[in-house]
Design a protein around this ligand. Structure first.
Ligand code: PLP
Length: 388
């Protein structure tokens, strides 16, 4: 048996490292979810979580993964056979589109090269052509975790408004919430989908829908079958600090603590920290002489960086060596990027030395895997990190 010393480096783009204070908060005794103490916690939590989404409206919390929260966004707002416009930005946008199709929606895909975000100009063209307003929703993944590309949601909103189109805007913020600037209300998003295990620094197990007034109104007419995911009974029970099912009590204790940590640092500071770490990571990648997958300077992700390897080199071999030698997990290439890229997660509970250690591990792994990489990469990142 291999004896591991020190702490494992979990540098995949989620689940992320859970801070000790969040772990401690979750280890409190499980309580009566119908009792007064828990009702007070729920009432407070449903209030303090709103600024993280940039909303003053309701946030529905499910005991679920992010995939469940995707389904909830669709079944609460749409009718069978409705047209939904989806952008192919990577693996996760593809999975969401497949889910929409399997639920009986008619999806229209805007094809993409997995190196760019959703194109606002193409959206404007498609919506302008939809003169009878048959498109009922536009689905965008804010931060494509498979590619490290962040779509420009404010520009997407502008394109919808300029076309004068009434489609709902549904946005997946699973790997951006709590790491990259996000504004549900200001950007006119109707449903924001998220989950617990990335920027919120919790283990997997909570799914979220932040819901606009327009989305709530759409729910009244929406005919897709729903039961567990139905916002109605949840929002009704939430008024009394309750849930219509047994909530994930201990994850919610952890969520209160995590939100307090984000507030103590300040959300703008949290976003700036992630942007700086992303910049240092890109400096390392370029210093190694390798390519960042994201091809548009405006769309670099603050939460992860996907690194493209030269032809003939296997990204999974690099990850395997890094895991075996340095006890660090890096993200695999997903879907058509399998073996071609590895992903460095730099989101959540993270500081300068965590990043420096991560990039040192990657540099040593590249060397051991025989990938030609200039050792100037790590110093280039340290230069960014040590800039006053
Ligand atoms: N959307 C994005 C952008 C993701 O990164 C993920 C998972 O990593 C999902 C959706 C699916 O979430 P989950 O695995 O929690 O169901």
């Amino acid at each position: 048996m291999t004896v591991r010393t020190g702490r494992h480096f979990l540098q995949i783009p989620g689940p992320t490292n859970v801070p000790d204070q969040v772990l401690r908060a979750m280890s409190a005794p499980t309580c009566d979810h119908r009792g007064p103490e828990f009702a007070a916690l729920t009432t407070r939590l449903l209030d303090v979580i709103k600024p993280v989404f940039g909303t003053s409206g309701p946030v529905v919390i499910y005991p679920s993964s992010g995939t469940g929260a995707w389904e909830a966004a669709l079944v609460n707002t749409l009718d069978p056979g409705d047209r939904v416009l989806c952008f192919e930005t990577g693996h996760f946008s593809t999975l969401w589109e497949e889910m929409a199709r399997s639920l009986g929606l008619r999806t229209e895909i805007v094809p993409g090269d997995w190196r760019h975000g959703a194109d606002p100009e193409e959206l404007a063209r498609r919506l302008a052509a939809d003169t009878d307003h048959s498109v009922k929703a536009v689905c965008v993944v804010h931060n494509e975790t498979s590619t490290g590309v962040t779509s420009r949601i404010a520009d997407i909103r502008r394109a919808i408004d300029e076309a004068g189109h009434p489609a709902l805007l549904l946005v997946d913020t699973i790997s951006s919430l709590g790491s990259i600037d996000y504004r549900h209300d200001e950007w006119g998003v109707d449903v924001t989908v998220s989950c617990s295990q990335k920027g919120l620094m919790l283990p997997p197990g909570l799914g979220f829908n932040a819901v606009s007034a327009k989305a709530l109104a759409a729910r009244e007419q929406a005919g897709l079958p729903r039961s567990y995911w139905d916002w109605g009974p949840i929002l009704e029970a939430n008024r009394r600090g309750m849930y219509p099912y047994t909530p994930a009590t201990n994850l919610l204790y952890g969520l209160v603590e995590a939100v307090e940590m984000l507030n103590a640092e300040g959300l703008p500071e949290v976003y700036a920290r992630h942007a700086r770490h992303a910049e240092a990571t890109r400096a390392a990648v370029r210093g190694w002489g390798l390519e960042v997958l994201c091809a548009d300077e405006r769309e670099h992700s603050g939460s992860l960086t996907a690194v493209l390897l030269p032809e003939g080199h296997d990204a999974d071999k690099v990850r395997r060596i890094v895991l075996e030698r340095f006890d660090m997990s890096l993200g695999a290439g997903l879907g058509k990027l399998a073996g071609k890229v590895f992903r460095i997660g730099h989101l959540g509970h993270f500081n300068d030395l965590t990043l420096a250690g991560t990039l040192a591990g990657v540099q040593m792994g590249l060397h051991l895997a025989g990938v030609p990489a200039d050792p100037a990469g790590l110093p280039a990142a340290l230069e960014v990190l040590s800039t006053p």
